[in-house]
Design a protein around this ligand. Structure first.
Ligand SMILES: *Cc1c(COP(=O)(O)O)cnc(C)c1O
Length: 436
């Protein structure tokens, strides 16, 4: 199990690289990722037969390259995510019978482009709705040269869910995700009509769940798999492995989690008389802790007892605090990278961004309640570093207020490798058309 990320009051370097040097190269705001941390996170996961990275957590091409080289498969939830995977060399389908699907498209709908891409490239589909099976079936039947049966997996809504927030809960009657567990028979019969074989099951009930909830999935999976029978060759435990964002959070015991699933898998193998592949599908667990958002303090405001640090980064860069009230650890790096010798005196600080929007506050709790954070005194020109920003960070960014997308860099062996340049104004307005 990796050590949680430590963000002391003052932080002057990340992965051995001085923060002022990073800023000199990239400017602010900027995302950096510590490659060694990504690789360390993967180590523990490799007990599973297949680790499938949910690329929506951080889908930059250079990150996908690292994962591909490490033997990690990938999950795609949109047409462009499939294309990202193909772009970095993931193969659309296994080269040999029974090989693993390097790319799986998991969604509750096909838009037209995703359907076309899956069918023309033979990408494996994990269907989260019965309509998807119909659409895939029709497209396959209409296409020449398709060899039947075509295999799919089903994402099941087991009837319960859990997540670190209402918005990340992905099971139960109010969740839009997956095929409702009572409709699996119908899904199977629809598939059969088109010559489609259900070869696997997938359950993902939410993000940041604890052991108890994650293991409930395991029981549900066993029940569904035994019901469907021996066509099942893969089972996926989904993602949702928690990340330690703050004191009091905990990782799940991966070994124990694996053993639970493995025991269930062995029961299925004994019933089905063939091997069953066990997949896990983490997003945040792989990349969250590797990522840092570096911003500059641009204004300090004192309002009665409240002191604000206003940064040049906002929810256009990191939306999680605004969306979910998520906690991210923070540190200050003095402008010159030199920490004052005296013991830091911590003050209660509210940290906000530049956007014309009152929700643009990094220190808030679910429901939008503004809170403060103990931080050292900082002045304009100092840097504020937000930790655990690698997952659902850059990818949830926006151009709101016509803010340009931040650059991203990889920190590898003490060196800075830019993996995405800062967006330019020209790129921002590239597709806009002025009328005379
Ligand atoms: C988002 C998602 C994941 C990853 O969730 P994490 O909480 O980042 O691990 C895995 N599988 C599916 C289908 C998802 O939608």
């Amino acid at each position: 199990m990796p050590e949680p990320i430590k963000m002391p009051p003052y932080l002057t370097n990340i992965a051995g690289v001085p923060i002022p040097k990073i800023v000199e190269e990239l400017g602010t705001p900027a995302f950096v990722y510590d490659e060694a941390r990504i690789l360390a996170q993967l180590d523990d996961l490799k007990i599973f037969d297949v680790v499938r990275y949910a690329q929506k957590a951080c889908s930059s091409l250079a990150i996908l390259q690292i994962l591909r080289k490490s033997g990690i498969a990938v999950d795609a939830v949109s047409a462009a995510e499939i294309r990202r995977a193909l772009k970095v060399g993931y193969r659309p389908k296994p080269e040999e019978e029974g090989g693993i699907h390097e790319i799986v498209y998991t969604a509750d709908i096909f838009d037209r482009e995703a359907l076309e891409l899956c069918v023309s490239n033979g990408i494996h589909v994990n269907c989260g709705s019965i309509d998807m099976i119909h659409q895939l079936g029709k497209a396959l039947v209409a296409r020449e040269g398709v060899e039947f049966p075509v295999e799919i997996t089903l994402r099941v809504n087991p009837g319960f869910g859990h997540g670190h927030s209402q918005k990340t809960n992905t099971g139960g009657t109010l969740s839009k995700h997956g095929i409702w567990h009572e409709q699996l028979d119908e899904a199977l019969s629809v598939a059969g009509r088109y010559g489609i074989l259900v070869s696997g099951l997938h359950i993902h009930i939410g993000s940041g769940t604890d052991f108890e909830h994650l293991s409930k999935c395991c029981d549900a999976m066993k029940f569904f798999a035994l019901n469907i029978g021996s066509t099942i060759r893969t089972i996926s435990a989904g993602g949702g492995l928690p990340t330690v964002y703050k004191e009091g959070d905990s990782y799940v015991d991966l070994q124990k989690y694996y053993e639970l699933w493995n025991a269930m898998r062995e029961e299925l193998e004994a019933q089905f008389l063939h091997e069953v592949t066990l997949e896990i599908e983490p997003g945040r667990y792989v990349v969250a802790e590797s990522g840092y958002l570096i911003a500059e303090v641009r204004a300090v405001k004192n309002q009665d007892e409240n002191r604000f640090y206003l940064l040049d980064a906002g929810f256009n860069n990191l939306a999680r605090p605004t969306l979910y009230g998520s906690y991210h650890p923070m540190s200050i790096c003095p402008e010159d990278g030199v920490v004052p010798e005296s013991e830091p005196e911590l003050e209660d600080i509210i940290v906000g961004g530049p956007l014309c929007e009152s929700g643009d506050i990094f220190t808030q709790e679910e429901g939008g309640f503004v809170v403060s954070r103990k931080l050292p005194r900082a002045w304009n020109g100092d840097f504020l570093v937000i930790g655990c920003a690698g997952a659902y960070g850059f990818v949830m960014g926006s151009n709101y207020n016509s803010k340009l997308y931040a650059p991203e860099a990889l920190l590898r062996d003490g060196k800075i490798y830019c993996i995405r340049k800062r967006q330019t104004f020209e790129q921002l307005i590239e597709n806009e058309i002025m009328l005379d």
